[in-house]
Design a protein around this ligand. Structure first.
Ligand code: ATP
Ligand code: MG
Length: 946
């Protein structure tokens, strides 16, 4: 709500209670105009209270946008509010909808009802109730609404409807109370007005068969009760389609076919009755002029024609013990006829409401909560105001009294609850006017009843005189005779004026007595009818009762007392409807009209009552929450209780002690200006605050992002580290395992292969092989280089060594040139011949053989060394095993049978000579290096060399 305070200069103030000049009608009007111009559809007169009273003035600025586009949001919001409060507090509520004719009361109430129909929980059973509740409206409107000069669908009765809800909030039933149906409309309408819709609907929309059965023609002009206003047809009303709606509604509400027939028979009979005319006979008494109507009346009402005829032209008088029929004059007969029409219609309407209630009744006796909708006429002030306006305005006085009681009561209760002293405030208590009207033996109604009931010639004027007598000095009663000169000019002789709380209304007494009496002659009431409804409405026991029936005013008074009791037990909510102009013009704000409504809706008085005491109150938490930026101590956060916070805040704002009061849970501010000053300060502060909040928010967002990123980084880091640590741990565990296995393997290395040493041995093998690979002998002759193998590799090592040696040999051999090969082969041959047989052979191995030159014809060997020479000899002879090493000397066969010997020895100088034994002696010098064949004992045998 506070949010709307700031734009108050332009759009006005939503809560009228906060108007500074709340006593000024112009200020109220001004505010309404602003709200109207801004298309702000409703004006709340105090939604500030947590519960209790919410007012609204419906203003429909645009007639083009008519049909509820505008007023709806408020109606729905209010309906919703009431519904929720009812559910949470499980108590009963009522919504009082008031306003002058055509202001939108009925529309608002229908929309509220529709809201409940749509928003309440739905089940098959509840939907049935919902349909009946909704459809009760068109039926009631058909029988109780009519076109008037102010409204084409004017409700001609007051309506209070209870909607009953179960504990789940489902609409389970309803009950309707009707007040003061304007029966006189049946027999008389002002120019431009119509009778109740149902007559036109029946004539225009009724099926041919039905009309035939009812003896009606499809022409409204044929019925004198329908043509007095000379506007049987209205462009805004579609009687035909409305008829269909009503027919459908009646069947949904489960009216029996026979009841529906009886109902239409009554409607038709009223039309026939209207066409009955009388002529004066020779004595001046009334006689019936036409019989067809009587025939139809008799048929439709189920009363013998004779009885009707007599009833319409005679009155039954009791003279001593006898009953005598006294004939009517024509005027009296017309009066009796109209009275009968009104009575039939009026009672049928009551029957209809009862039937609807039957249909809406919830048979379940479990506890229910109730929301009542009171669609009731507001103050009526016409140029001529009669008995009806008197009753209606009296009703409004009663409602005002109820309002005062409920408002002050709830205010007082709230003050008490909050521990705030109640200060009595000046407001106008209209009890004085209510008493003026209703007080027993003294009030206007009493005087009127007295006048109606007293024997003798009582007239409206005698009634006025009585009033004068009794009310003479009353401050709220003015009469021509008693008025001052100036006032007297504004009053007719037959007028009296009441100073209602909302304003003055002048009433003309003409017809008061008649209307109050609502006289129906006994012989008409006595008839016994075959029409079920008539039978029910005019029970045969009634005429026997000698007691006079209650007058209309007294009945109305009692029904209002009943209504007040009903309402007093409920929580009130108010909807005040206003119309901006009479012509339904879009955007037109008729100052005079609105001012008139403001006055007669009693808004000024309402404001005064509502402003009794403090204009504004708010729970501490809410107040502190909104205004805490205005004080450095409370902003941004207040650490103590909300009440302390508010105390600190208002001190900082400089509230004067008499400007506010601290309740138990709420702060009360006396003048709106104090609140507005606070609100203005808040408005200024808001922008700065917005920037700060924005900055903070941005910072917060960025910080949030940063924190999220940091968190993410930490998370990733943690995961990564965790993963690394886990890997490390796994590695270590693995290493420990490996080392353990290694040690165990080492310890068991010499045992036969088993699980424990398999790996170790494999490692040893691999390790040995790897190292071996790096340390292989480089040459074939390198016999020393070979890694000592671990015990398990002994055998393999040997095999490898062999393999490798062979490999090297092979490589060596493959790399040897042909010449060298030949040379080596010779060497090989030498080895095969001499190895192991000659002691000095190994010393010759390293000495290469030089090439041999062989001269033609003879073998000429020129060798430095014997081994070489011998080998070559073998080669030449191609006889490798011809050489035999023997000890001492070499024997050879020169010719068969002749053999020679060569002896070898070493000496000082080299010489060859024939020794004494005939052997060839070879002396060779003793060389440092040991030569082959240099031993004296060595002999070489050349066997068959050539
Ligand atoms: N809020 C609204 N906005 C626009 N038009 C509306 C609004 N409320 C009612 N009307 C129009 O005004 C007409 C009269 O409304 P409604 O019948 O509700 O008045 P009322 O206050 O019940 O009058 P009465 O006292 O005569 O029964 C409606 O038929 C509708 O056309
Ligand atoms: Mg209405």
């Amino acid at each position: 709500m506070e949010g709307s305070l700031t734009a108050r200069d332009r759009v006005g103030i939503q809560d009228f209670v906060l108007l500074d000049a709340y006593t000024s009608e112009s200020a109220v009007l001004d505010n309404l105009r602003k709200r109207f111009n801004e298309n702000l559809i409703y004006v709340s007169l105090s939604p500030t209270q947590s519960r209790g009273i919410t007012y609204a003035a419906h203003l429909y600025p645009s007639a083009v946008l008519l049909n509820l586009y505008i007023a709806l949001p408020f109606s729905y919001a209010l309906a919703d509010n009431v519904y929720r409060t009812m559910l949470t507090e499980t108590n009963n509520h009522f919504i009082l909808i008031s306003g002058e004719s055509g202001a939108g009361k009925t529309e608002a109430s229908k929309k509220i009802l529709q809201f409940y129909a749509v928003s309440c929980p739905s089940t098959k059973l509840l939907d049935n109730v919902r349909d009946r509740l909704l459809l009760s409206n068109p039926v009631l409107e058909a029988f109780g609404n009519a076109k008037t000069l102010k409204n084409d669908n004017s409700s001609r009765f007051g309506k209070y409807m209870d909607i009953q809800f179960d504990h789940m909030g489902g609409a389970v039933g309803g009950h309707i109370l009707s007040y003061l149906l304007e029966k006189s409309r049946v027999v008389h309408q002002n120019h431009g007005e119509r009778s109740f819709h149902i007559f036109y609907q029946l004539v225009e929309g009724g099926e041919e068969d039905l009309l035939r059965w009812l003896g009606l023609e499809r022409n409204c002009q044929r019925y004198s009760y329908l043509v007095q206003g000379e506007c049987a047809k209205v462009s805004s009303v579609n009687d035909k389609s409305d008829w269909k709606t009503v027919r459908k509604a009646l069947s949904v509400i489960e009216f029996s076919e026979s009841n529906i027939e009886s109902l239409f028979a009554i409607i038709a009979s009223v039309l026939h009755l209207g066409n009955v005319t009388f002529v004066a006979d020779s004595q001046g008494y009334a006689t019936l002029n036409n019989s067809p109507e009587i025939h139809w009346l008799s048929k439709l009402l189920g009363i013998p024609a004779q009885v009707i005829q007599v009833g319409l032209t005679h009155r039954k008088i009791e003279a001593r013990s006898e009953e005598v029929l006294s004939p009517f004059t024509v005027d009296q007969a017309v009066y009796a006829k109209d009275a009968l029409a009104k009575a039939i219609y009026g009672r049928t309407f009551t029957w209809l409401v009862n039937e609807l209630n039957e249909s809406l009744a919830n048979k379940d006796s479990s506890r229910k909560t109730v929301i009542g909708l009171l669609d009731i006429y507001g103050f009526e002030v016409f140029s001529v105001n009669s008995f009806e306006q008197f009753c209606i305005n009296y009703c409004n006085e009663k409602l005002q009294q109820l309002f005062i009681q409920l408002t002050l009561k709830s205010e007082q209760e709230e003050y008490e609850m909050e521990g705030i002293e109640w200060e009595s405030v000046p407001y106008f208590n209209n009890k004085i006017i209510c008493d003026l009207v209703e007080e027993k033996f003294k009030g206007i109604i009493s005087v009127l009843d007295e006048e109606c009931l007293r024997p003798g010639e009582a007239t409206d004027m005698t009634f006025l005189e009585k009033l004068e007598e009794k009310m003479g000095g009353h401050a709220h009663f003015i009469k021509h005779k008693l008025a001052d000169q100036k006032t007297r000019k504004t009053l007719e002789r037959g007028d009296f004026r009441l100073l209602h709380y909302a304003g003055e209304v002048t009433y003309s007494v003409v017809g008061f007595l008649d209307k109050n009496n609502d006289l129906l002659y006994r012989n008409i009431k006595e008839v016994s009818s075959k029409n079920a409804i008539v039978k029910h409405c005019f029970p045969s026991t009634e005429p026997d009762s000698k007691k006079r029936p209650e007058t209309v005013a007294t009945q109305f008074k009692s029904s209002l007392v009943g209504l007040t009791e009903i309402l007093m037990s409920k929580e009130p909510w108010y909807v005040r409807c206003m119309k901006p102009n009479e012509g339904k013009q879009p955007g037109l704000f008729d100052d005079v009209l609105v001012r008139h409504q403001v006055k007669y809706l009693g808004l000024m008085e309402h404001l005064r009552v509502r402003r009794a005491g403090f204009a504004y109150r708010r729970r501490y938490e809410i107040f502190l929450q909104r205004y805490k930026p205005l004080c450095p101590d409370t902003w941004p956060n207040w650490k103590g209780t909300a009440a302390e916070g508010v105390e600190c805040l208002v001190k900082h704002l400089g509230y004067k002690p008499d400007e506010y009061k601290m309740g138990r849970t709420k702060i009360f501010i006396r003048h709106p200006r104090t609140l507005f000053a606070t609100e203005d300060a808040f408005e200024v502060c808001k922008h700065e605050l917005a920037t700060r909040i924005q900055a903070k928010y941005k910072g917060y967002r960025v910080k949030g992002d940063y924190m999220r990123q940091r968190q993410a980084a930490t998370k990733i880091e943690t995961c990564w580290r965790g993963m690394k640590a886990r890997r490390e741990r796994e590695k270590r565990a693995w290493a420990v395992k490996v080392i353990k296995r290694f040690i165990k393997g080492f310890m068991t290395r010499n045992q036969p292969a088993c699980v424990d040493n398999t790996d170790y041995l494999a490692f040893v093998r691999q390790n040995y092989l790897t190292r071996l690979k790096e340390n292989l002998p480089k040459t074939v002759v390198d016999k020393n280089t070979w890694l000592t193998p671990p015990p398990i590799m002994q055998e393999a090592s040997q095999m490898l060594r062999k393999l490798y040696t062979r490999h090297m040999v092979r490589r060596y051999v493959q790399g040897i040139m042909t010449e060298r090969k030949a040379q080596l082969q010779i060497k090989g041959l030498t080895s095969s011949i001499f190895k192991g047989t000659k002691e000095n052979y190994p010393h010759s191995v390293g000495i290469p053989f030089v090439d041999t030159r062989i001269s033609k014809g003879d073998l000429v060997l020129q060798c430095d060394y014997l081994f070489e020479a011998l080998t070559k000899l073998c080669l030449v002879a191609n006889k490798h095993n011809f050489i035999k090493v023997v000890q001492g000397s070499v024997k050879f066969d020169i010719q068969p049978g002749r053999e020679g010997f060569v002896d070898f020895k070493s000496g000082q100088e080299t010489m060859i000579y024939r020794a004494k034994n005939g052997h060839l002696m070879v002396v060779s010098m003793k060389l440092k290096t040991v030569w082959p064949f240099n031993s004296q004992n060595e002999q070489i045998h050349f066997l068959n060399y050539y």
